[in-house]
Design a protein around this ligand. Structure first.
Ligand SMILES: [Zn+2]
Length: 463
């Protein structure tokens, strides 16, 4: 995962050197590409197949700009070095400092990839920030994230054990892009899973070169092929992926758990219209990864809640009009689109999901008192984190192992710029009082509520 994220960071990483002993047999479901059975060869082959940033074996005289140690504690930690470790549901990264003693006690034999993948995103986020915004990452520090407790605690109990043979049938994924492929890659790497999962993507253009920096299951040679089919082939394993090219809402799939990894509110609205018993959603904004667990009907949020529909007119068209006609046209535009002035302002500021928004940029520039903070971040690590956390919430729902006091509907946020801040964590996520899709007075409420209750009674029968 670390290599896959680094090699997609074109423009930030120019070259990767790998230091890995020869003669280590590779386990199944570790590296999605290549065929070699030796770990080192396989890693190099896979990164070359992805074909973005070049990789070579490390030579002894190399002086890298940044060194990442994985599950290895070096004797000294130079200024730009990162040490990462992950196990079970927890992953951590130490920057220019030795990791806390508790970290070395974690059980590295735990087969769950969630913690290690979290650690990988933390390392690569730091590499980006060292280059794009070095003032955000000064000093030595160490932090981690536990996807089970949604806190920074290392955690050592046995909660969240995924039983061998856990059947994931009844799940469908909508959106096989940056977040969706990270979700698939995480489940693929989790041993012991089975079942059939429909994966649906409606992008008729298929994989494009701009998807390579974030789509963890895409290689350059896949450009032009349908995303769901490419991802299903790359993540071939014990899960039977059923790729579908088209819109979820026009398919005949009736999942009991729908995982949303779509990236527009219009798409969220459309897939919520099918009212699956349970919904999960993963999304990103700037350097923030988020997951949402939807329902219970009438109380908890749905996929449409707090997500106003985008108007049919494109943001570029809107910007062009404001540039031509001046700010005076804003009121008229907002009225015409049926959105608030604030929402319109947000849209005008959002340059697209792989660039940092102008609003955040202005905030950063004001904070540092200059305008040299760069405008673009390649945010592959953010969507990877969203997908990994989303896979964690999927497994949590499927094993029905929820600690007492955790609400049915919740939202988890992880912000990479201030990972240690209290922004990061889990919160109750009540429904949006004005959301038309989950209005308890609407006829659809009864359908959704009966499906939800069926899910819940089946779940309590299992535990
Ligand atoms: Zn709603």
């Amino acid at each position: 995962m670390t290599l896959s994220l680094l090699c997609r960071a074109e423009g930030v990483v120019s070259r990767i050197q790998l230091n890995c002993p020869e003669g280590i047999a590779i386990l199944p479901n570790v590296v999605p590409f290549g065929h070699a059975t030796d770990l080192r060869t396989r890693l190099v082959d896979a990164i070359r197949e992805i074909d973005i940033v070049p990789i070579e074996l490390a030579d002894d005289n190399a002086v890298p700009d940044c060194e990442i140690f994985i599950n290895t504690i070096p004797e000294s930690m130079p200024r730009s070095s990162i040490m990462i470790i992950g196990a079970g549901w927890w992953g951590g990264a130490a920057f220019a400092t030795q990791p806390p003693a508790a970290w070395t006690q974690v059980d590295l034999h735990n087969p769950l990839p969630i913690g290690p993948y979290i650690a990988a995103t933390l390392a690569v986020a730091d590499v980006y920030l060292q280059i794009r915004d070095p003032r955000a990452v000064t000093g030595s520090r160490a932090y981690g994230w536990n996807a089970w407790t949604c806190t920074s605690e290392v955690g050592s109990d046995t909660s969240g054990t995924v039983p061998l043979g856990l059947d994931l049938s009844g799940i469908a994924l909508a959106g096989v892009g940056a977040v969706g492929t990270a979700w698939m890659a995480t489940l693929w790497a989790t041993s012991g899973l089975s079942g059939s999962i429909a994966i649906v993507d409606s992008d008729a253009k298929g994989v494009s070169s701009s998807n390579l920096n974030r789509g963890l299951l895409f290689r350059r040679r896949d450009i032009g092929l349908q995303k769901a089919e490419v991802a299903a082939t790359a993540a071939k394993g014990t899960i039977d992926w059923r790729p579908i090219n088209g819109r979820f809402e026009s398919s005949d799939i009736r999942p009991s758990l729908l995982v949303s990894a779509v990236d527009t509110n219009t798409a969220r609205d459309a897939i919520q219209s099918r009212y699956p018993a349970r919904t999960l959603s993963g999304s990103t904004r700037d350097l923030r990864a988020e997951t949402m667990v939807g329902g219970r009907p009438g109380d908890g949020a749905c996929l449409r809640c707090y997500n106003p529909l985008e108007a049919e007119v494109s943001d570029a068209q809107l910007r062009a009009r404001v540039e031509q006609e001046g700010a005076g046209v804003l009121d008229e535009l907002a009225r015409g689109l049926g959105i608030s002035n604030e929402e319109l302002a947000n849209r005008l500021e959002a340059p697209g999901c792989d660039a940092i928004s102008d609003r955040l940029l202005a905030q950063l520039r004001a904070e540092y008192g200059d305008d040299t903070v760069p405008a673009r971040f390649a945010v592959g690590f953010t969507s990877a984190m969203a997908g990994v956390l989303l896979a964690g919430e999927t497994l949590r729902l499927m094993i029905h192992d929820e600690p007492d006091g955790i609400p049915d509907s919740k939202r988890v946020t992880f912000q990479f710029r201030r990972p240690e801040s209290s922004i990061n964590g889990r919160r109750v996520y009540p429904r949006d009082a004005v959301c038309p899709k989950c209005d308890p007075a609407a006829p659809s409420h009864e359908i959704w509520a009966s499906r939800y209750d069926r899910w819940t009674s089946k779940a309590s029968g299992k535990s």
